[in-house]
Design a binder for this molecule. Structure first.
Ligand code: FMN
Length: 220
């Protein structure tokens, strides 16, 4: 199997939300797809350890916020790299509850879909939710949806190990590794966990010694 064939699959970027006892939960996902329109159905793949996935299972409700290019990187870092098990992700952002207490962002989205879980399909590491949309809204004509490619190529964002789109390292069956980058100050070797080294932001620093990205060199 040529693992790199997966690189050409295209996606959007979404904040998937739900609620527990009236409190909002949510995480970033790229795996929302439309299945049909009569009835209107979406699907989303959620990692088994996700707090948001557990809330969707217990409440039977989910909201899909469609991120726009105006959504800041800080939002994706909070919702895509931290779990609601450890932190209140909604404390510093502007959001409003729907009639069903599901969180809708006030900024950085093109629209949203309120959904009921119609079916769940369990896999060893993921749950596939089939969602029936019962309410939706489109917000203005000015916002451009954020695609997964835009997030990776333009915003230079990485993908955590928990996400289905994460690329396995070569020794675990992933695509052939590119060049190996190491810190010329402390010899730390970048492990690829935040995406390709070339896509890390210019202000990224060595996680071991704090040296700037420019101090990294290719291991020969
Ligand atoms: C770009 C991007 C795409 C992601 N896509 C998914 C996805 O489709 N499914 C998923 O379960 N997690 C995905 N994640 C990872 C979750 O957002 C992450 O594991 C989050 O910390 C889960 O939070 P929770 O435990 O509060 O639900 C993605 C993260 C990023 C940054």
């Amino acid at each position: 199997m040529n693992e790199s064939a997966f690189f050409d699959l295209t996606y959007g970027m979404f904040l998937l939300g739900s609620s527990v006892d009236g409190k909002p939960v949510g995480c970033i996902v790229n795996t929302v797809t439309q299945i049909g329109n009569q009835p209107p159905l979406l699907s989303v793949s959620v990692n088994s350890g996700s707090n948001t996935g557990a809330a969707i299972k217990s409440s039977g409700l989910a909201v899909v916020n469609v991120l726009s290019q105006a959504a800041p990187m800080s939002l994706i870092q909070t919702f895509g790299f931290q779990s609601g098990k450890d932190t209140d992700k909604f404390s510093d952002i502007a959001w409003v509850p729907t009639d069903d207490d599901l969180p809708v962002l006030e900024e950085g989205i093109c629209g949203w879909f309120e959904c009921r879980v119609k079916q769940t399909v369990e896999f060893p590491n993921q749950t596939l939710f089939i969602l029936e949309v019962f309410e939706s809204e489109r917000l203005g004509d000015h916002e451009t949806p954020m695609t997964y490619a835009y997030y990776q190529m333009v915003m230079k964002g990485g993908v955590p190990k928990a996400a289905p789109g994460h690329r396995l390292p070569e020794e675990e069956g992933g695509p052939p590794a590119g060049p190996r980058y190491f810190c010329s100050v402390c010899n730390y070797e970048y492990d690829g966990s935040e995406g390709p080294f070339e896509f890390l932001p210019p202000d990224w620093i060595c996680p071991r010694c704090g040296a700037p990205k420019s101090k990294f060199m290719i291991r020969t």
